[in-house]
Design a protein around this ligand. Structure first.
Ligand SMILES: *Cc1c(COP(=O)(O)O)cnc(C)c1O
Length: 859
């Protein structure tokens, strides 16, 4: 049982240079919840609950980490405190699972290849109500709470918005008492760590498990076996029915690692169950006996590569075999786990399966689950096609996250044939039955057949996973009102006609626990004081109660003092991470998100260049001092995105050190964007940049986090910006640029960036400047990839077309910021009016309109 040995992953990792207390100081047989007396004899007495927690922390420090407090590092204290909190979470988890099992409840299973959880220390303390006790207990031991919190490495098992959404959803599911499990992959390496060298992005592996993960529980007893590769044999049963058999497969084992997800203000603890891959057997005896010992062990290592690393691409799929294998691996393990749970209860049957099980597909990444379910029902349970299909369709829901063609997953038929030959057969059968429906709807229309088919036939045959997901699910949703409309009108118009009512909207949300209560404690305290209770943390619409204070000068003062204090804290991060000094009195203009052309960080850069040039041409130019804050990772193979990072870093460096600018502009590109960094930047933001080309950002959730924390949005009418605009009102947001319709019209008319460039003198000057080697002396063509994308490359995201409108809007921001009282009022109204974007609201809508799921209180 190797996996079981791993279950106490928390390892003692004391650097050898630090003196260690003798191991015999620790009594190994003591097991109570009290700390060893030799550790407590000189400690001050505390309130009983705090004293109890302190004893528990000390107990874990000695029994689990074998560490003397005098030698403990912040990381040791983090683990010991985490384990103390975990004790309480485990009790609730056992209780929750018992209630769910005994009551045989309906559950939702969230299938996602990514979970961007961030740190769990504070959220678990908040959920268990232990935050203040832990603070006091650590303080009494002379340990700094913030240093302990900072010792945790983010759990970064995702790329960006999609993975973070999954994490927010888990928080809301538990908080609202919905029975739920998240399924995914236990990546040994999450999203890469980012460093800048000479302005270039350098990637480093993220070994987040190096020091162990105190939150996880390994469930070796729920290990699952799945099969891959091989071939299909056509055998006939004793009645002459064809019974395809998938044979000569390779076997992979999935070992579940459970992360408890504790709800806030409730007892419910759901699970995030992540699968780690292992080879099927420790030794292939035949190979061993024939002298192939090393070969046998090497093969075993291949089995473990499946869950080794997260693919670092946001919004692109490049047909890699390992990626398909990852998808199938976690889906197959998860479905088997669901079946195990369902049939463990003797009253359950196939007939009530769709009453007990709802599965949500987070994008098409887990879409193979539809086919795997069919295979299990047809081949392993000899069910007829129609009966199997009904069960599958009633079970699955699919969330679409993008319209970008490069992000729509397709797998080549030849790859499928090799990796999942039986599944390919089933897809062909699904397709032929589906195309009969298309035929019936549009008789004789070959074009409709071609458009709708699950198989793309232009040259290299490909399986369209989005079509498969729509056909295999009873509900398909977009993630913002605008996105859902575009989904129905542009991406899936035929499917919308074929399946009326199947498409619906579920505007994304964010958890108010992490994105306000935890990350902005001062603002949270002000809100609680003003509203007279903490109820807003579970009911974000209550923030509307702040509206009546928006015009109150004293309240404005308090609100802005907190914003300034948060900015002061961020200046320290900018100092340590960028080596840059910035003033907290400047306007903090923030764009933090994955680096992608459609998000248009380069539009922001062009505006910075324009301001810089205006200062050089007019040294006394009156500008509100601004700090431009960036944070973004680029996919390692995305050259243009990396070139934009380099350009912002290099041009920013030049601006930062140019005395003529006289601190009116500063550019801070914080390296290694991740959840824990977002939590530091967002409370300090004055302005939130949401400037994607209209029609390209499905929803965005960064926009919601920033507005909730009192940043004003400068944005296009794209994704959820449209709904933020509706909520906060026209006077409290800065909208610019082309609408979706205008973008389409311009494209239809034939967009020529060259014309815009010729007509706008300032734009022409800065684009030429960017294309020169002015900012990179001696290094010619350093930004030629970026320069080319704007002109010769056709400017596919219409950066130049929106440039002037963006600059004009930024000038309005400059003017507005000078009226401090009015800015404060606008910021307060943003916080007050964005309660809609709580993921609690989103999850309730999924539960009521897609999953038909009821909350279950855990007593
Ligand atoms: C919220 C969040 C995102 C998504 O940001 P968008 O601006 O919506 O793209 C990405 N990464 C992290 C770390 C986040 O917290």
């Amino acid at each position: 049982m190797r996996a079981a040995a791993k279950s106490s992953r928390v390892q003692s990792t004391m650097p050898t240079t630090t003196p260690q207390p003798a191991a015999t100081d620790v009594s190994p047989s003591e097991s109570g919840h009290t700390a060893p007396p030799f550790l407590t004899k000189n400690l001050a007495p505390l309130a009983p609950p705090v004293q109890h927690l302190r004893a528990l922390i000390l107990r874990h420090l000695t029994s689990t980490l074998a560490r003397h407090p005098g030698a403990a590092t912040p990381r040791d204290w983090w683990i010991a405190t985490a384990l103390a909190a975990r004790d309480r979470i485990h009790e609730r988890m056992i209780e929750t699972q018992a209630v769910h099992n005994i009551e045989n409840v309906r559950r939702v299973y969230y299938f996602s290849l990514e979970y961007l959880m961030g740190r769990l220390f504070e959220s678990n303390l908040l959920a268990t109500g232990l935050t203040e006790d832990a603070r006091s207990a650590l303080k009494s031991l002379g340990v700094d709470f913030d240093a302990v919190r900072e010792a945790e490495i983010d759990m970064g098992l995702g790329n960006g918005g999609l993975g973070r959404l999954a994490a927010c959803f888990l928080d809301s599911l538990s908080t609202l008492d919905y029975p739920a499990l998240g399924y995914g992959i236990y990546y040994e390496f999450g999203l890469f760590k980012q460093e800048f060298v000479n302005g270039h992005q350098i990637e480093h592996p993220d070994s987040w498990l190096l020091f162990g993960d105190p939150w996880e529980v390994v469930r070796a007893d729920y290990t699952q076996e799945v099969h891959l590769y091989g071939r299909v044999e056509n055998v006939f049963d004793d009645r002459g029915n064809s019974r395809p058999r998938w044979v000569d497969t390779q076997t992979i084992v999935g070992v579940p690692h459970d992360i408890p997800i504790a709800g806030y203000g409730t007892k419910t603890v759901n699970l995030l169950r992540l699968w780690a891959s292992k080879a099927s057997k420790d030794f292939d005896l035949a190979a061993f006996n024939s002298g192939g010992y090393v070969e046998a062990v090497r093969e075993k290592a291949v089995g473990e590569t499946i869950s080794k690393v997260l693919y670092p691409n946001d919004k692109t799929e490049n047909g890699k075999e390992l990626r398909l294998v990852q998808q199938y691996f976690f889906v197959a393990c998860s479905l088997r786990d669901i079946l195990r749970r369902h049939f463990r209860n003797p009253v359950n049957t196939w007939a009530n399966f769709p009453e007990k099980v709802a599965v949500q597909l987070n994008d098409t990444h887990p879409a193979i689950a539809v086919v795997e379910s069919m295979r299990i029902l047809l081949d392993e349970h000899q069910m007829e096609w129609e009966a199997a299909w009904e069960i599958v369709q009633r079970t699955f829901g699919y969330t679409n996250h993008t319209l970008l063609p490069e992000a729509l997953e397709k797998w080549s038929v030849s790859l499928f044939e090799r990796v999942l030959p039986r599944h390919l057969q089933i897809i062909y059968e699904m397709n032929s039955r589906f195309l009969q429906k298309v035929q019936a709807k549009w008789p004789g229309n070959v074009e409709k057949m071609r458009t709708c088919s699950l198989v793309e036939e232009n040259g290299n045959k490909m399986i369209r996973m989005a079509h498969l997901s729509v056909v295999g699910s009873h509900a398909v949703n977009g993630v913002a009102a605008l996105h859902t409309e575009l989904l129905k009108k542009q991406l899936f118009p035929e499917f919308n006609e074929l399946f009326p009512g199947r498409f619906q909207n579920k505007t994304n949300g964010i958890t108010p626990r992490r994105w306000l209560a935890q990350c902005n404690p001062q603002l949270s305290a002000l809100i609680t004081r003003t509203l007279g209770s903490e109820a807003w943390v579970r009911d974000l619409d209550l923030l509307r109660g702040l509206e009546s204070h928006a015009g109150d000068a004293a309240f404005q003062e308090e609100f802005m003092a907190i914003k300034r204090a948060n900015k002061v804290q961020l200046t320290a991060v900018i100092r340590s991470d960028c080596g840059l000094e910035v003033s907290p009195d400047a306007l903090f203009d923030v764009q933090i998100k994955r680096l992608h052309e459609y998000k248009r960080q380069h539009l922001n850069l062009l505006h910075i260049l324009a301001l810089y040039r205006r200062i050089l041409q007019n040294p006394s130019l009156d500008l509100v001092p601004r700090v431009f804050v960036f944070a973004a990772k680029a996919a390692p193979g995305y050259d243009l995105a990396k070139n934009i990072i380099r350009a912002i870093n290099v041009i920013g460096g030049k601006i930062n050190s140019d005395p003529r600018v006289n601190d009116r502009l500063k550019v801070a590109f914080l390296p290694n964007y991740r959840v824990s960094l977002a939590e530091k930047i967002i409370p300090a933001a004055d302005l939130s940049e949401q400037i994607s080309t209209a029609g390209k950002e499905a929803s965005g959730t960064g926009n919601m986090k920033l507005a909730l924390n009192g940043a004003l949005t400068i944005g296009t009418l794209d994704g959820a910006n449209v709904e933020i605009h509706e909520e906060v009102g026209d006077e409290n947001i800065f909208i610019f640029g082309m609408t979706v319709v205008q973008v389409e019209e311009l494209r239809a008319a034939g967009y020529r960036p060259w014309d815009v460039y010729q007509r706008d003198e300032e734009l022409r000057a800065i684009v030429d400047w960017l294309g020169s080697d002015y900012f990179t002396p001696g290094e010619h063509g350093a930004f030629s990839i970026l320069h080319h994308s704007l002109l010769g490359g056709g400017d596919p995201f219409m950066v130049l077309a929106d440039f002037r409108s963006y600059c004009d809007c930024q000038a309005k921001v400059d003017r507005a910021y000078r009226d401090r009282a009015n800015w404060a009022k606008m910021a307060i109204l943003n916080t007050a009016r964005v309660g809609k974007f709580s993921s609690d609201r989103t999850i309730r809508e999924y539960a009521e309109q897609i999953w038909n799921l009821k909350p279950v209180r855990v007593p």
